[in-house]
Design a binder for this molecule. Structure first.
Ligand SMILES: CC(=O)SCCNC(=O)CCNC(=O)[C@H](O)C(C)(C)COP(=O)(O)OP(=O)(O)OC[C@H]1O[C@@H](n2cnc3c(N)ncnc32)[C@H](O)[C@@H]1OP(=O)(O)O
Ligand SMILES: O=CC(=O)O
Length: 540
């Protein structure tokens, strides 16, 4: 008797979208279903391991390099695969969501790379998930030019040799895509985003002289990197392209991954092209993991933690050293200051702050860095041009002077700043405003002239949780308590209502955002990710 046919992947509870049939083709869905069958069980095991490790951190309040992988770190002989030409020069990378306008603007921005984001800059509505894929395919076939009906402005791609190389960021391992299910089980969003993109574009990209390149977010261990590597090996065979075609840049943006940088590169060595210092999620991860570690681990206001804090320098310098030792690119992170074309003073501050950040990164040995806005591309370019000149990167700068001990990465108490009452107000303001936008399908927004996305919002809500649980006393004598957070949130909601007016208030999701922020900031049972309960409430 022949084996029963595998269950197909079903589209569940989703309104049909224009042109979805171009992305959700039968062969593409069969590929995603196969990824799910092969790899979701291991994904589930690895999520359970995350919980075990966090329980261990709660018990010990410490982390260390892994004894069982010491041989990988000690072996000086291995390197990651040679870098493909399209990724040699990554001196400036722009990030952003994949709606049609942003896709064209990012590709045309003058940056060498565009991080096309299905993760923190994108709220995972079904429309964003599917139409983001349509837009990327349209960009590769040069079928994307359009006129914005509201502004009347026309958008067209520049010549191919002027466009940024795309590095696509799928969702992290923890999020499911409820609209695609096998036997009633939702497929991990990571496999949906990766699978659809890879299936439709891998060969097309090779024909264009590029390749299927990925940023891997929120990795917590080298075992998770191994899972991605196995996904790549399977996917390359499945569509018949050579092994080693995929390239992945791993975001080192969890505190546990910072202790496994070498191991992560090792697991992915046939597919790795670099590591990125994702500072915002990194801070979130520190607060999350050490949230109940007592006063020693209490971070001050988010905006008071800069990249020059000793524990942040330990992290970034170790990242550069590790990458260059193994032949990989070291890519810097995101300064959150957003320029304004309408306000010269805001613009000036953003340019100054971003220039200082990029100068520091270029000086420290990074091979490139991120910006959030096209107007910041020339600023970052100047910083890296000064250091790199005609060289595509500075991987030859080995930074052997860098020595980081395990304790340096979590020496939070070396900071003098303390949490402040205005810091609490800001965390509440940003939390409500960001969650409201997310529930409308926007994953990245400018709030108070700073870029906010899922990672920065995670810091805000986690700090409220941590400060309350650590019984922080602010400079004005107030204590962080659930009652105080509720009072500040109620005031903020009233302020927003007065600011935007009744009609706009009623049209938005403000009360819902307020309630959700309080839930994820005050619940004793801390939610691992804000986007998990938020996804339950996301329409579409
Ligand atoms: C922690 C992390 O994970 S960081 C990575 C994730 N976060 C991101 O990627 C954020 C990316 N940045 C953004 O999304 C945007 O810059 C925002 C939301 C912060 C601000 O956007 P806006 O309010 O539209 O900015 P602004 O009005 O100044 O934009 C001016 C123009 O630049 C374009 N633009 C702004 N940012 C980007 C971008 N990142 N990519 C492409 N185009 C952009 C706008 O579309 C607009 O184009 P138009 O003149 O044709 O209409
Ligand atoms: O994803 C990047 C970060 O800073 O977080």
């Amino acid at each position: 008797m022949s084996a029963p046919a595998p269950s197909p992947l079903a589209i569940v509870d989703a309104e049909p979208l224009p042109r979805q049939e171009e992305v959700l083709t039968e062969p593409a869905l069969a590929f995603v279903a196969e990824l799910h069958r092969r790899f979701t069980p291991r994904r589930d095991e690895l999520l359970a391991r995350r919980a075990e490790r966090r329980a261990e951190i709660a018990r010990t309040s410490s982390l260390d390099f892994l004894p069982e992988t010491a041989a990988i770190r000690a072996d000086d002989s291995w390197r990651v695969a040679p870098c493909p030409p399209a990724l040699q020069d990554r001196r400036v990378e722009i990030t952003g969501p994949t709606d049609r306008k942003m896709t064209i603007n990012a590709l045309n921005s003058g940056a060498r790379v565009w991080l096309a984001d299905f993760e923190d800059a994108s709220a995972p509505t079904w429309e964003n998930v599917v139409l983001g894929q349509v837009n990327l395919s349209d960009a590769y076939t040069r079928n994307i030019d359009f006129t914005d009906e509201r502004s009347g402005k026309s958008y067209a791609l520049k010549d191919a040799d002027e466009l940024a190389t795309v590095v696509m960021r799928p969702r992290g391992w923890h999020l499911n895509e409820r609209h695609l299910q096998v036997d009633g089980v939702p497929v991990p969003g990571a496999l949906v985003d990766f699978g659809l993109y890879f299936f439709h574009n891998a060969q097309r990209l090779l024909d264009l002289g590029k390749g299927p390149y990925f940023y891997l977010p929120k990795t917590e261990s080298h075992l998770e990197a191994r899972l991605w590597n196995d996904v790549f090996v399977f996917a390359q065979d499945y569509i018949g392209i050579p092994q080693g075609t995929v390239r992945a840049t791993v975001l080192i943006e969890t505190i546990t991954a910072a202790y496994e940088m070498e191991e992560i590169l090792y697991e992915l060595r046939d597919h790795a092209s670099g590591l990125n210092a994702g500072r915002w999620d990194y801070l979130f991860s520190i607060v999350k993991n050490f949230r109940d570690g007592g006063a020693k681990f209490v971070l001050p206001d988010r905006n008071a933690v800069t990249m020059t804090a000793p524990f942040m320098r330990a992290y970034t310098e170790l990242l550069v050293r590790t990458c260059h030792k193994r032949g990989a690119h070291a890519i810097g992170g995101m300064a959150a200051f957003i320029p304004s074309r309408r306000d010269a003073e805001v613009n000036k501050v953003a340019f100054e702050k971003v220039r200082a950040d990029k100068d520091r990164e270029a000086g420290d040995g990074f091979d490139g860095s991120w910006v959030a806005h096209p107007d910041l591309v020339p600023i970052a370019m100047e910083s890296f041009d000064k250091v790199l000149g005609d060289r595509p990167n500075q991987k030859d700068r080995l930074r052997e002077d860098v020595h980081v001990e395990a304790a340096d990465l979590i020496a939070i108490d070396s900071l003098e700043a303390r949490p402040t009452y205005p810091g609490l107000i800001n965390a509440v303001q940003v939390g409500i405003r960001y969650i409201e936008a997310w529930l409308r399908g926007l994953g990245a927004v400018a709030i108070f002239n700073l870029m906010e996305d899922a990672a920065t919002a995670e810091i805000s809500r986690s700090q409220i949780w941590q400060w309350i649980n650590a019984g922080v006393e602010f400079e004005n004598g107030e204590h962080a308590t659930p009652e105080l957070a509720r009072k500040v949130a109620a005031e903020e909601l009233a302020n927003i209502r007065a600011e935007i007016g009744e009609e706009a208030f009623a049209a938005g999701h403000w009360q819902q955002a307020h309630d959700l922020l309080l839930e994820v900031s005050l619940d004793e049972d801390y939610a691992d990710f804000l986007t998990l309960p938020a996804y339950e409430q996301l329409k579409g």
